[in-house]
Design a protein around this ligand. Structure first.
Ligand SMILES: [Zn+2]
Ligand SMILES: [Zn+2]
Length: 108
């Protein structure tokens, strides 16, 4: 039997899960990506769908448009509140996605 193959949503590296292990997984379980160390929560199993939770090397971060504080984002598509100045806004998610594979040196 083949391993179940999926892709890390953070680093886009393939992740292979042995079938015996896959059979014991439940929705809501958290895996760790061996490549980037991201924690990946299982959203659904058939087909397998993973979402990054905190702890990954580069998760999702957006900059507050008001004070430029860096904010860690948990769920894509939701508005976020800056924990520095309290400003609530909806990030441009297309930009967050596009940045992932490119250089991430926007912090100077
Ligand atoms: Zn990864
Ligand atoms: Zn702010």
């Amino acid at each position: 039997m083949d391993d179940v193959e999926t892709v890390c949503p953070v680093c886009h590296d393939p992740i292979y899960i042995p079938v015996e292990e896959y059979a014991e997984l439940l929705e809501g379980d958290v895996l760790e990506c061996e490549n980037c160390g991201a924690y990946l929560e299982i959203l659904s199993l058939d087909p397998i769908e993973l979402v990054a939770v905190e702890g990954g090397e580069d998760g999702f971060y957006v900059l507050c448009p008001r004070c430029e504080h860096e904010i860690a984002v948990e769920a894509e598509g939701e508005s976020v509140t800056c924990d520095n100045c309290g400003y609530t806004f909806t990030p441009d998610w297309s930009e967050v996605e596009a940045d992932e594979d490119d250089e991430r040196d926007y912090r100077n």
